[in-house]
Ligand binder design. Structure first.
Ligand code: C2E
Ligand code: MG
Ligand code: MG
Length: 657
């Protein structure tokens, strides 16, 4: 058996065959039809399309063969492809020494005749052969050989078509895969983008939430929610900055004034008119202070009923005084709270902060000491800090604690100051004013100016005031009992604070005391200050009318220092006004301090049918001027200082005694 010669360019041929990808593909109807046609046309039992692989021949289609492939070295087609340009014909294989021993000849399918035409690609590579075979020796006609040649070209076209279709299908598939992947990628990218957007939005929202929360937190930690003013913490921070600039700042920042402003009786406004009205009052206070402050100044709310003001560049007491007066004037403007005209006053402590101060703490402390001084001296006033205050200062809570103890230890007593009538010219004592005295267990006498405000603030004034009223009435009863024909009938004036007036059932408390002590109600006088009466004007009006209905006299104390409206004074059931001491006497002054004001008050009061008592008369000159101005009665050290009850009898003797 002879080996087939190797075709030219076997490597490229082999590569071309692989490239067409026809090997081992499934049978195709066109190829099958062709082999059947050739077998029939050539009259052979066997026809095949053989593709010659590296070491085998593989049949794409065959008829009359029982196998799909054979080794290349026994293949007839291997010979056919070696002569690519013409048909390869073996008439009788047994007679041909190249094939006589070929197992395909000696065994199944017992080939004797073979005729094959190479299947040649466009590039000239013989990929295999189309052949017919017979088991007997024979030949083919020209026509049959032509048919084989045509079939070979047709097969090549089919192979190319198949390959193209396959490549196309693969390309299509690949394209589809790519498209699918692209679609998936787009979807994925969209999802990623959506997610990115969602996360970005959430982040943005979270950031703005946090920013907002931080801002709110910042704002709420530095500002008061009610008035929107800087709060105490912020005020102290700014005061520290201001204190630091005393040494380092520009000339206009080296001195400034600090005002601590406490709204008088704020608690009573809350108690009597309700918290909403109290809140409204505080908001208005803030607004009024802002109106007084300059653009560079600072107004803060530093406590429930306290504000603070820093005026930068204020270096003199004179300027600070002007500002304090402006604050007072702005508070003097009408207040409409819950449809009621109220009087609201403020106590102010002032410090001029200059190089004497090294820290904010000291400035704030001194302003508060000055404020306490204002409160202890009757409120509704301003006080500049003086170094001598430092030692006097006692904490409010300390004072309130000792007050409560003092009441239970019976450390209080009353002193009585005569009130003298000028009517007859004979200086007759018409009554006494009961004035509270507190002598502590250590022997120290505390001034009413110090303890009355503290008692008012703690609410202790209510039991203390009731005690004073009852004690004064008991003293009066003693005097009334003793009032024989030689004794003058006198009246007892008792001071009543705004807190007592606002407390519920005040008039029934007074009624009970009158009944218990069995005094003539017409001999009792209640002294109320203008601001106390105006604090809750409607309520005061009701209570004072109830008292007046009992026959009790109503005197307006410290007249001229408050802001009461004259029209309101007309509506009050007042029987007498007491001109404040500040218009009458002053240290080292013999004359009447302000005869014009005193004269005006006297004439006004008389036109309203009210009596006038002048307080604080210290000299005979003052007394004479008061008499000339038409004043009805006087009270003061010139007549007598406040004295114990037992010493009062001497003033009640009739002149002829
Ligand atoms: P007030 O009701 O105006 O009493 C008159 C004050 O002037 C008294 O001061 C009296 O001692 C003082 N005074 C009288 N004549 C003269 C004078 O010629 N010169 C000077 N410099 N002062 C004179 P006091 O006793 O220190 O009382 C101060 C204030 O304390 C009283 O002013 C009154 O508002 C209040 N107060 C006193 N006792 C009571 C009380 O029992 N209840 C209430 N709620 N307040 C009271
Ligand atoms: Mg009085
Ligand atoms: Mg008075």
């Amino acid at each position: 058996m002879q080996q087939a010669p190797t075709p030219k360019n076997e490597a490229e041929r082999f590569l071309a065959l692989q490239t067409f990808g026809i090997l081992d593909t499934s049978p195709g109807a066109d190829f099958d039809a062709l082999v059947h046609f050739l077998a029939s046309a050539c009259g052979t039992p066997i026809a095949a399309i053989s593709l010659v692989d590296g070491d085998r021949q593989w049949f794409k289609a065959s008829v009359g063969l029982t196998f799909q492939e054979t080794p290349r070295n026994i293949s007839f087609c291997g010979h056919a492809i070696a002569q690519a340009d013409k048909p390869f014909v073996v008439s009788d294989a047994r007679e041909d020494k190249r094939f006589a021993g070929n197992p395909l000849v000696t065994g199944d399918p017992h080939i004797r005749f073979y005729a094959g035409v190479p299947i040649v690609s466009e590039e000239g590579h013989a990929l295999g052969a189309v052949c017919v075979m017979d088991r007997v020796p024979r030949g083919l006609t020209e026509l049959q050989l032509d048919a084989l040649a045509v079939a070979a070209r047709l097969i090549m076209t089919l192979i190319e078509h198949d390959a193209t279709t396959r490549v196309l299908a693969q390309t299509q598939k690949a394209k589809q895969v790519i498209e699918n992947e692209q679609r998936a990628t787009v979807l994925y990218l969209n999802r990623v983008e959506d997610e990115r957007l969602r996360v970005a939005n959430e982040l943005q929202a979270e950031m703005s939430r946090r920013l907002h929360a931080n801002h709110e937190l910042d704002y709420s930690t530095t500002h008061d929610a009610l008035t929107t003013l800087p709060n105490r913490r912020e005020f102290l921070r700014m005061l520290e900055a201001a204190a630091a600039s005393i040494r380092t700042g520009s000339p206009q920042h080296r001195t400034f004034a600090v005002y601590v402003i406490d709204i008088d009786h704020c608690k009573q406004i809350n108690d009597s008119l309700g918290n909403d009205v109290g809140d409204n009052l505080l908001v208005q206070c803030g607004e009024r202070l802002l109106d007084v402050a300059g653009v560079e100044d600072l107004v803060a709310r530093i406590d429930s009923d306290a504000f603070a003001l820093i005026t930068f560049g204020t270096s003199t007491v004179k300027t600070a005084k002007l500002i304090a007066r402006r604050i007072q004037a702005s508070f003097a403007a009408p207040w409409h709270l819950a449809h009621i005209d109220c009087v609201v006053t403020a106590s102010i402590g002032i410090v001029i902060a200059d190089e004497r101060y090294s820290c904010a703490e000291d400035i704030f402390r001194d302003a508060n000491i000055a404020l306490d001084h204002s409160k202890q001296h009757g409120r509704d006033r301003y006080t500049f800090f003086k170094s001598s205050f430092g030692t006097e200062h006692k904490s409010k809570s300390d004072l309130q604690r000792t007050l409560a103890l003092a009441l239970s230890n019976r450390e209080f007593r009353l002193a009585y100051q005569p009130i003298v009538s000028l009517a007859s010219g004979a200086h007759e004592v018409e009554g006494f004013e009961a004035l509270m005295r507190w002598q502590r267990s250590d022997g120290i006498a505390v001034s009413p100016a110090a303890f009355i405000p503290a008692a008012e603030e703690s609410g202790l004034i209510v039991p203390l005031g009731t005690w004073a009223l009852k004690t004064a009435c008991l003293a009066l009863r003693e005097w009334q009992r003793d009032a024989g024909p030689t004794r003058m009938p006198v009246r007892m004036s008792v001071n009543v604070s705004a807190i007592q007036l606002a407390a519920s059932h005040f008039s029934s408390v007074v009624r009970d005391i009158i009944r218990e002590t069995d005094i003539d109600p017409c001999a009792l006088v209640i002294e109320v200050t203008e601001s106390a009466a105006m604090l809750d004007a409607q309520r005061s009006l009701t209570v004072l009318r109830e008292l007046r209905d009992l026959g009790i006299g109503i005197h307006v104390d410290d007249f001229g220092t408050g802001y009461s409206s004259l029209s309101y004074l007309r509506r009050l059931p007042v029987t007498c006004v007491k001109i404040d001491r500040s218009f009458v006497s002053a240290d080292g002054c013999d004359e009447l301090v302000d005869p014009v004001i005193v004269g005006a008050i006297v004439s006004l009061a008389h036109q309203l049918n009210l009596k006038v008592i002048a307080e604080g008369v210290e000299t005979s000159t003052q007394l004479n001027t008061l008499r000339n101005l038409g004043c009805d009665s006087v009270q003061g050290y010139f007549i007598s200082r406040p004295i114990p009850a037992c010493d009062a009898a001497v003033f009640m003797k009739k002149p002829e005694d």
